[in-house]
Design a protein around this ligand. Sequence first.
Ligand code: FE
Length: 182
Amino acid sequence: MTTHTLEALFERLQQRGGERYTGEPVTHLEHALQCATLAQAAQAGDALVVAALLHDIGHLLHDHGGTPTERGVDDSHEHLAEACLSQWFGPEVTRPVALHVQAKRYLAHHPAYLKVLSIDSQRSLALQGGPMDTAECFAFRQLPHAMDAVRLRHWDETAKRPGHPTPALETFWPLVLVCQRR
Ligand code: FE
């Protein structure tokens, strides 16, 4: 599925966003809004707030349906998202999105982190290559925007609170426009 305008992408998040994020107690839209709100609360820059809002849009760009990880399928949603978002945004938005799965592997280097992961997140971690070893962690830290991706990842784990109030999707539209590549 390709999206040709940012408006259409937002519409997709609004429409398909009501679907339950399988394996999690929130919908896709709730997860996205909670993640962006946590980023704002942490005083993240505009680009990182937009990245937080759209980090999982890749799940809504394919039609694997349900919970692909249950069937042993890694949907590569971070790469789908990067390819789509790079139509409109620069690396300050697209790289934290692209790296948020690697950030999980990075954080999982410390076994205590595994406890904060949801069941689906633990299952996908195995499919995504499991925890990074020391050399992989070192290499990851050298990547531009790696630490933004790590910040995003922490909000990502927290943004799964059922019924937690957030601003509506349209309140983030002006921010999205500000971050759009000119
Ligand atoms: Fe997420």
